[in-house]
Write a protein that binds this ligand. Structure first.
Ligand code: AMP
Ligand code: TRP
Length: 347
């Protein structure tokens, strides 16, 4: 078994409004990992163009996700923050892995089915091969840990399958070049805690999403305090009060979701939230939740607004990050080519 240097990689698409699901499922969990790992956090703009984008809005959204990374507390000097399209190695590795992944594997991806909808013939080819680009993002850094929300689990499994197939198909060559038994790691998904799948505030059976037509379905990271409070007040619930035990949340997706959001924001377990609020009505719980959400999100929103007013600074952070990302990724692509027999010089 080859041992790999521990490295965290994750990415967020610059598409539309960042919301509480992105924050609790991803961003907030990226921050503490900085203490234990070297981290690479990417704005995955090449993924964004798998569906139609307005170019002007896309540029703004790339800067906005970058601002969110920084505002949430990611340190771009100690770690790496960059946008995918500025590092050529992602597209190149994406091609190499397109030739490893099998049609049958991609045909099983549920996110493609959801995003392509009924008109599959009209979806971009990029949307179909999106998961191999995601595998490339991770494997081009030979990253070992990937914090994501629950919806990305299947893509991480595919990434592991692609790495295993590559290692297996080229095992003799990898060994011959002195890399031991494997060149690519099996990255581990980090999907933990009470907030891996935050649901819509209007419908507990749908996940909170950037693309939901109702703005009341989500709390956006840039919402002001009044908007956050209003959206929580209007959030769908059932007529019962809060239970004292987790079992009492079963079959009550909206109640479960709000308790999960409280727990994640307060960094507590759902049971400890029920210990405090069990037996109370939502009319009492919702204001407490709104206060907590405002307390946690308002400083991030404020910092995002401040950073967005200085696009020059954001662009400089991205350019610096891209240079440092390429310094890791380019030699990996060169070695991949050498393993494949593509007559490249390993640097
Ligand atoms: P995306 O906006 O699709 O690029 O997602 C960025 C990150 O946020 C990924 O790690 C997703 O798994 C995570 N995420 C998106 N929506 C949710 C949600 N409703 N609950 C939890 N995590 C989410
Ligand atoms: N597919 C992820 C999403 O939609 C975004 C993403 C792209 C990603 N590349 C990645 C996440 C690499 C983790 C690692 O949310």
């Amino acid at each position: 078994m080859t041992t790999f240097e521990p490295l965290v990689f994750s990415g967020i698409q610059p598409t539309g409004n960042l919301h509480l699901g992105n924050y609790l499922g991803a961003l907030a969990r990226f921050v503490p990992l900085q203490d234990a790992f070297n981290c690479v956090y990417c704005v995955v703009d090449l993924h964004a163009i798998t569906v139609a984008q307005d170019p002007v809005e896309l540029t703004g959204a790339i800067r906005e996700v970058t601002a969110a990374y920084l505002a949430a507390g990611i340190d771009p000097r100690a770690h790496i923050v960059f946008n995918q399209s500025q590092v050529h190695a992602h597209a190149e590795m994406g091609w190499l892995l397109n030739c490893v992944a099998r049609m049958g594997w991609l045909n099983r991806m549920t996110q493609f089915k959801e995003k392509a909808g009924k008109d599959k013939e009209n979806a971009s080819v990029g949307l179909f091969t999106y998961p191999t680009l995601m595998a490339a993002d991770i494997l081009v850094y030979r990253a070992t840990h990937v914090p994501v929300g629950e919806d990305q689990k299947q893509h991480l499994e595919l990434t592991r399958d692609i790495a295993a197939k590559f290692n297996n198909d080229y095992a003799a060559r990898i060994d011959g070049l002195g890399f031991g038994t494997e060149y690519l790691p099996q990255p581990e998904p980090l999907i933990q805690g009470p907030a891996t799948r935050i649901m819509s505030l209007r419908d507990g059976s749908k996940k909170m999403s950037k693309s939901d037509p109702s703005d009341y379905s989500r709390i956006n990271l840039i919402d002001d305090a009044d908007t956050i409070a209003l959206k929580i007040r209007k959030a769908k619930t059932d007529p019962e009060g809060l239970p004292g035990e987790l079992k009492g949340l079963e079959g009550r997706p909206e109640a479960d979701n709000l308790v999960g959001i409280y727990a994640a924001l307060a960094d507590r377990t759902k049971q400890s939230v029920l210990d405090e609020f069990g037996g109370q009505q939502f009319s009492a719980f919702k204001p407490a939740l709104a206060d907590l959400a405002v307390e946690k999100l308002a400083p991030i929103a404020g910092e995002m607004r401040r950073l967005k007013a200085d696009p020059g600074y954001i662009d400089a952070v991205l350019a610096d990050g891209a240079g440092r990302a390429a310094a890791i990724a380019d030699p990996v692509v060169a070695t991949m080519k050498e393993i494949l027999g593509l007559l490249s010089t390993r640097r």
